[in-house]
Design a protein around this ligand. Sequence first.
Ligand code: PLP
Length: 376
Amino acid sequence: MIKVPFFDWAGLYNERAEDFARIANETLSEGGFILQKDVEEFEEKLARYVGARYAVGVSDGTNAILLGLRASGIKPGDEIIIASHSFIAAAQSIHFSGATPVPVELDEDDWLVSPEAIEAAITPKTRAIMPVHVNGRVCKMDRILEIATRHGLEVFEDSAQAMGARFDGMGAGTIGRWGTYSFYPSKTLGCFGDAGGFVTNDQDLYERVRAMRNHGANKEKSIPLNVDVWGTNARLDNLHAAILNYKIGYYDEAITRRREIAQQYHNALEGVEGARLPPAPNADPRYFDIYQNYEFCHPLRDALRKYLADHQIGTIIQWGGFGIHQLGGLGMERNLPKTDRFFKESLLLPLNHIMTDDQVGHVVQKLRDFFSGGQR
Ligand SMILES: *Cc1c(COP(=O)(O)O)cnc(C)c1O
C-alpha cells in the first residue's frame, strides 16, 4: 500500500544526502561556523532571487519579523493590522515589538487578508499593515498599497510561506517596505533546522537589521566595540547558509513540481459539490503562486480527513484549526465569521517537491473515490 505522509522529514535530507554531507564536511572542516562566507553568499543569492536590493540572513522567520519591526521604529501603542488566517509568529513579533496586532477577516477567493477588512480596522493608532502571504500566494497588494498610501501606513510583508511567489512581476517580500522569509524545514526552501531571511530596498533599514541580528555590531565579525543600536543574537548559522546556497540552486524546479501537484489536486476537486478551492496555478496571469500548501475547504472535512488517513494519506489542519483571533488568552478576540467558518472546513493535502508520481496519484484517486460517493 502506498503511504503518503504529510511531511517526509528524512526525505528532505535523503533526496540528496551525499551532496548535503559533502557540503557539511567542507563547511565544518574549514571552521565555517558563524558569519562566514556562506552567509554573505546566501544573502546575495536571496536578494537576487526575490528581486530585492538587500538581504540579511537571520536565525528564523519569527525573529526576521521582530527585527524588521524594531528597526522600523514600531513602538508601544502602535497597531498593526494582520489577517487572522496567519501563523501566530507574526502576531507574536508584533506583540514583542510593543505594538498591538489587530486581526481581521480573509477574502473567500484566495483565503488571504481582505483589503476591505483592513480599511475598516484602521484607527488613529494604526501604523502598519502586515500582509501574510499564506500558502505561497501573494495578497492583493495593489489594493493594500493603495489603502496604505491613502492612510499614510507602512506595509511589512510576512513572506515566510511565499519566497519566489510573484504578483504583477513583483516578488513576495519586496513589495512593501520590507519582507521576511522562513527556511524552517517544512517551508518551500526548507533547511535542516531554523533559518530565516530579511529583505528590503532601503539601505538604512538594511544596515540597522544587519547590525541588530549580531548584537548591534556595526562591523561584521568584530566584537561589537562601537554599538549604536540595540541588538540581539539572531544570526543565520553559516552551516545552514551553506545548505541553503546549494538548495536555492534547484528551488525553481521544486516550485515547478509543487505547481504541478497543485494542478492535479485542482483537477481532482474541481466541480465537487460544496468544495471551495484555492486559485489554480494558471487561473490569473498576474499571480505566480508557489503552493507552500494546498489548502481547500469542504463541509465534510473531518470525514474526508479520516478517510484519507485510513488510506495512509497524511493531512493537516493548518495551525491546529485556529485563527489568531481564536487563541484564548492573547487578547485578540474578534467577531470574524468568515475566518471561523474557514477553519471548520479547511484542510491541507500533502504537497512537497519530493513526492513521487505514485504518491500524488494515490491522493488524487482517493479524493475522487471519496467524493464520488459510496466511500463514506
Ligand atoms: C513559518 C512561518 C513563520 C515563522 O517562521 P519561523 O522560521 O518558523 O520562525 C512566520 N509566519 C508564517 C506565515 C509562517 O508560515
